[in-house]
Design a protein around this ligand. Sequence first.
Ligand SMILES: NC(=O)C1=CN([C@@H]2O[C@H](COP(=O)(O)OP(=O)(O)OC[C@H]3O[C@@H](n4cnc5c(N)ncnc54)[C@H](O)[C@@H]3O)[C@@H](O)[C@H]2O)C=CC1
Ligand SMILES: O=C(CO)COP(=O)(O)O
Length: 350
Amino acid sequence: MMDKKIAVIGAGSWGTALSMVLSDNGYNVSLWSHRKLQAEEIQNQHTNEKYLPGVVLSNLIKGTDRLDEALKDASALLLVVPAKAMRDVLKQIRTKLNHPLLFIHGVKGIEPGSFKRMSEVIMEEIPESLRSGVVVLSGPSHAEEVSLRHPTTVAVASPNSQAAKTAQDLFFNHYFRVYTNEDMIGVEIGGALKNIIALGAGMLDGLGYGDNAKAALITRGLAEISRLGTKLGAYPLTFIGLTGMGDLIVTCTSVHSRNWRAGNMLGKGQKLDEVLKSMGMVVEGVRTAEAAHALAEGLNIEMPITTAIYQVLFEGKHPKTAVDELMDRDKKDEIAPLTHSLNERMEQKH
Ligand SMILES: NC(=O)C1=CN([C@@H]2O[C@H](COP(=O)(O)OP(=O)(O)OC[C@H]3O[C@@H](n4cnc5c(N)ncnc54)[C@H](O)[C@@H]3O)[C@@H](O)[C@H]2O)C=CC1
Ligand SMILES: O=C(CO)COP(=O)(O)O
């Protein structure tokens, strides 16, 4: 039986929206921000205007900028900071962990530099005795719509099915439908890499291209995400589920997506640094493009769309040139490479 307090670490749009789901489910939530003023706003005004404008938070959600206060008596910890901040935040938390906890994270990114998945970073930073409690929550779920209690589905994944089941029980309600999944690698890779493709979808819209181009990008984007993910140990079918295809659809087609919006500005000719400055929120796909590009090179996996987006972001290639080059590549078979990676994965399993 879970106690009734959950610590949510990271008070951006996603941490705040998930806190609302938890408070709707009757949990007391301690929502931690590293910014004192933001914590005070949450605590005293029950709002978080910068990240979820117009939303009123339940009295069950308390704001704090003190990690010890957030963690005190919490039975589960939800980590929702940008991927680049995850390790640093865990180092601060580590010294304050004095009882068994469930570690759920909702982060869709890869650690810059190490190119590790978030669950790998968490496992490295927490005591060994707590590692079986690590779970990822992911899926097609814009914070803006969750905060309006619009029907949303996600998956919680862990090789420890009991931990996933406990996380499912925490979040599940009539507008937030939660599935369990044992494939943590596939869920994390799908959630992180779809942001690169969403940047590309925004670029296509910025360039004035239509729905044919976007459908092609989403489908072929999924093919290369599956190729890399399978090589990293994921189960291929995860990529046609909520956290793969589902999240690609929502992020590539919604104006809520920060990745889509950033891509759109790039497609219209703006420079990356001015785009990122104007966003004011995390655009995970940018650093993830760097990670995926490096992983693909290291593992010798063909990821032409990811490479093209990397070149637009970091090598000054014009988005239109990137599209032209993708279209002019050698002729290919559509299914054979996918069948190959599926077979490889099946062979690894047996
Ligand atoms: N916004 C959304 O709809 C969804 C976001 N996500 C994922 O959730 C993660 C967080 O995203 P958002 O909440 O949207 O981001 P955000 O940009 O809205 O907020 C990020 C929060 O992290 C804080 N932060 C930044 N650097 C920090 C540091 N060094 N230490 C501590 N805190 C720091 C910021 O102050 C802010 O409160 C990302 O990985 C994103 O991909 C996943 C699903 C939905
Ligand atoms: O992951 C998301 C929706 O599922 C949010 O995507 P953005 O980070 O692009 O806003």
